[in-house]
Design a protein around this ligand. Sequence first.
Ligand SMILES: Cc1cc2nc3c(=O)[nH]c(=O)nc-3n(C[C@H](O)[C@H](O)[C@H](O)COP(=O)(O)O)c2cc1C
Length: 210
Amino acid sequence: MKSWIFCGMVGLAMLSGAQDTVKLPAPQKDGGMPLMQALANRKTGREFSSKELPQQTLSSLLWAACGINRADGRRTAPTGINCQDTDVYVVLPSGAYRYDHKAHALVLCTAGDHRELIAYRQAFPRQAGATLVFVQDHGKTFGGSDVNKARFGGIHTGAIMQNVYLFCASEGLVCVAREQLDRPKLAQVLKLSENQKTVLSTTVGYPQGK
Ligand SMILES: Cc1cc2nc3c(=O)[nH]c(=O)nc-3n(C[C@H](O)[C@H](O)[C@H](O)COP(=O)(O)O)c2cc1C
């Protein structure tokens, strides 16, 4: 028990120190709320406390969003012909990271607190624990024209977003999908290539008073 607590503290210290790669603990795949109850509780909220997400919660959240759930590398959210073109980035108080789903780890993009940039025209994301950003790589997308690729990106992102909403409903977390983003500045912080397009974000945190 003591060593478990120690490992958790070391993990959190690593995140606050913005290490280049942070290996996440294994996601908790048992427990949680029955699906029908989570669906009944799914909703958008915009009132967050400033409490950060523990590493275990972050791990389970990212896995639920778009982690690998089968031996062949397929993931919790489907993509057309399994092109896996959409990835999750996460903006934490310590920095902006890419979720490496194969290693189940966070890879640092840019250190520092970028929640002001994430908030853009809305105040509440400034104090929320985490914002997940869904980024589609057009170079990986199945589908010919740019219009078709963008259509696939919206569908793939929608599936990931709903996974996040249901996880939050199950865990008693607050979350809100957010389309209002400063995409050019965010692309710099996340170090995106020309092919990578930011589709949507979802801000996640604890309810006020918790
Ligand atoms: C694609 C999409 C974009 C959204 N963008 C924003 C946003 O930029 N800011 C915001 O406060 N809420 C945003 N929302 C949340 C919606 O306002 C919210 O889902 C809607 O009011 C329905 O409420 P519900 O999620 O509780 O059913 C967005 C939702 C979706 C699905």
